[in-house]
Design a binder for this molecule. Sequence first.
Ligand code: ADP
Ligand code: MG
Length: 670
Amino acid sequence: MDLKDDISSLKGIGEKSAGLFHKVGVFSLMDLLRYYPSSYIRYPKIIKVKDARPEERVALELEVQSEASLRHVGGMSILSFTACDDTGLVSVTYFNSPYLKNAIKPGMKRVFFGSFGFKGQTARLSHPKMFKDEEYRELGNTLMPVYPLTKGLTAKTVTKAVRAVFDAFGDLEDPLDEDVRNRLDLMSLRQSLYGMHFPVDEDGFIRARKRVVFDEFTDFLRSVRQLKEDNSKTPNHYVMIESAEAVRLTESLPFRLTGAQERAYKDIVSDLASPYAMNRLIEGDVGSGKTLVACLAMLTAVKNGYQAALMAPTEVLAGQHMAKLSELLKPYDVTCTLLTGAMSAKEKKQAREDIASGVSDIIIGTHALITDLVEYKNLALVITDEQHRFGVSQRKNLSDKAGGGMPHVLVMSATPIPRTLALILYGDLSITVIDEKPSKRLAIKNALVGPEYRKKAYEFIKKEVAAHHQAYVICPLVEPSEDESRAGENVEEYSRKLAEMWKDDVRVGVLSGRMKSRDKNAVMERFASGDIDVLVSTTVVEVGVDVPNATVMMIENAERFGLAALHQLRGRIGRGDLQSYCIFVDTSGKKESSKRLEILKNTNDGFKIASKDLDIRGPGDIFGIRQSGELGFRVADIYTDAGILKMASEYVSSGDAGGEYNEAGESTIL
Ligand code: ADP
Ligand code: MG
């Protein structure tokens, strides 16, 4: 057995479970080990019935009072009995667990952990976990993993499968030597992976996580370094000169380029003319006008006789870029071609033919543009939008695609990274920072509110819609959550609720990552063209989407998101001349989270937010709050883990990190 084996090779994983695992991106056994919990729940202290609050998950030590009774409702069996402590009586129910009937005996004492509530006057515990007293006290310190699940995949299945992998592999080969681990105070690979899934206590988890974060950073830093090394050796096979058309385009715009856009464009032109292939990162806050810079670069390539490709992280964004660039480039006799998974087989075939024959000048799509079967005639410039990470293996793919040698690479990102961190992360890359936004734009007005403000917010949105503006409503979840501990607003129910409330006055649309690409694109197009007034969406709109007529964004359960992610979301509004408004709904009722969110309320400057976020967030925030993961890290957070990043950077530079790359050029630290 090998960690690269498919998970169906695991005992107990049939075709159906394997299918569910595939759905969440787990294919190999290693994927499974890297399928980390998204958060952890701590078992709470045992309290008395009289102190339990509705809608809380509580632990109660109760004595069973009655025999369990079993009834059937629809296809479901319901088992219930009463139990009490010296302060109150609770009715306990279990669903589809008929086997418990014989196990429950009056007089039996157990600790019940589950969600508490009332039905009329009766206190209820619904489907609680049951423990013996000693058992529960032992658990007291541990953290219970919560996995990002999908319908049909239960935490139990995941836990069992993960355990089975650990059982099957006595030890995992560790790419880090023991003396290095000792020196840097890092756990072994096996210990750390085990500790991520089954942390004994908070300290253990933090240590396990440290190793995982270290590995993610070293991987990243190595590929950046490799990129640079490749590049310094890569001669420029596609020397270009500035094109008259690009200059004409800038002159024909209804606005002037900002100074920062101008500088970025100059940097690019000089790279394209230099003896070495371009390898540049353009970092600019949301709304700083990066698309236009990309457009100028591509027009330059085309007028020098080459093809250029633009890759977006989502098909929605690719579609938007297609529409926008075709419009901008219309007067310059440039053929843009879109190639995405959502297109029909026939359309794709046509697109591929056009790309191979050279009919297409500019090709727009997702990363499939370089991983797929696409053949280019003479690709000389590749731009990735909203992504930092451009792996070594991807570059290898690229040079194969281009045929005549490594094409120029331009990476555009909006993740605001404080300069100190940027230097560590990209010290070796050429970077242009776009630190200026188009002037004349009105600053977004922000409101940080509690759930009681919702009604007012709906009225406000309705008013904006009546003025022919549009709005986003963002929810953290797609569908009602089965896990009550992670309850939050979901787009399915929320959109229904809004549609019922507003009836014909407001046209409500829904967008989520769960939808088929084709449907997502259709919804996004309708929103962009104004056929949808209010778009209820998950964070899929986070990256890059540009609908300048949208003036309101209401973010539900804002406390759930990292500040950087919230800032990216907010960047979807305030993109035109209109006054825009962002409403953050904080449902946590907690001081710490409102303190974090205050930062967003008080500034619209992404770089400031990033450095404040760094100051204010402690290690405690690693439970639950996630950044958008744009850098491709699953666990590491450049803000809270800046210390480990520094350590990883020193380690990679020190030389004893070695050059462990496999054929694909990916580092072999799994
Ligand atoms: P981002 O940097 O987030 O990708 P975009 O490139 O989507 O931003 O630009 C945001 C909006 O600003 C677009 O509607 C674009 O047309 C507009 N824009 C770009 N450059 C300028 C400029 N120099 N002056 C005014 N508006 C601009
Ligand atoms: Mg953009």
